[in-house]
Ligand binder design. Sequence first.
Ligand SMILES: [Zn+2]
Length: 253
Amino acid sequence: MTVRLCSIECCFSHPLATCAVNRSFVADIKGWSKICKRLSVWDYVIDYHHSVMPFPNLRALQPNIRFFVDNGVTSIYEEAAYFTPGTELAELRTWIMAKTLWKPDYDTDKAIDEFLAGYYGPAAGPLRETIDLMHKQVADHTDWHMTIWSRPTSPWLGEKAIAESVKLFDRAEAAVKTDPVRLKRVRIARMPVQYVRIVTAKPGQADAKTIRGLIDAFEASARAAGLTMVREHRAYGNLSKWLATVRAKWKAP
Ligand SMILES: [Zn+2]
């Protein structure tokens, strides 16, 4: 028999062991580890309601895996976007998890740098800056908790951070403009920022033509990525339905 706990209620912007929101889950793991030799964890590593949205949990992955190992967990399932390709930094997140599950002390910065250099080439620098930007905010704000159902109106996705990220993605695209393979990858990595701009824009305030352009760019990258769902729910998540809904909101008069 194996006892399996799941981390569904936890905060993932901060490591399990150090965030106040996670106290009861941490107590559960520690308690079970004392009386059970076969302890397993079903862990969550993406946002399930907005799966194409910046989800700055990359720096929590390693301390969480270390925490599980230190507390006698012998089996870890990291549930990510099993329902579609093309979600936020899916390849990078998988790389970090694979490296860290193999070696629980694997340095996350090293994993990020080696993946960005290999996968995005000359665009690695600005991509690293946008990843750092999102993660610094949740690191600096110990009260900005992020669950697997966080929204695009979350404080770490404020206008200033998104505007800064847009500039960094412009630089990233420019760096690989003559390399169609890497340009496609950078454009897919850019979708989360486009997604936030599309869903948080308010009619009457945002420029409708700009938002329509963002929706078209998002769709082109989403189709290129093979993305079929923007969230886990089979009906609500359907990409084509979601596109029709946002286009109806921003249609030309
Ligand atoms: Zn937290």
